[in-house]
Design a protein around this ligand. Sequence first.
Ligand SMILES: [Fe+2]
Length: 149
Amino acid sequence: MLKIYQNSTVIQTYNETQDKISHLDEIGILYLQVPYESGIIEKIKADYDVPYTDIITVNEETINYDILRDRFNREHIHSDYEMRYFTEGTAKFFIHVDDFVFELTVEPSDLISVPANVKHWFDAGDNPSFTAIRFFNDTAGWVAQYVNE
Ligand SMILES: [Fe+2]
């Protein structure tokens, strides 16, 4: 689901993949559904010319989830893009552009890339459960620069 807020009020909700793709594309967000198959991670790395990956799993066994959650769940930007491919569970990305916030619920097979310097935050809720592959050029690009702090 994609919910679009304007000044904290929901103005649009989309469930169709094509609607989500096109509305996110309008604000420069790459969003695709890429079915999982053998070799898919290597294919994404090659398609987008990304050299490195790691994997993050967050669930009820995650130590210090509150600290981790707080780090992701505050509005921030990065000097490089933030690209993720979800393989399990669900979570939400929030992307802030002008008066609008785009709330995207991500699910398995979702690929998203938030460009550098686009304000966003991320939350997996009170009962987190997701696994994602993270794609990156350089870990320095990941350092969050918090907005309004
Ligand atoms: Fe981020």
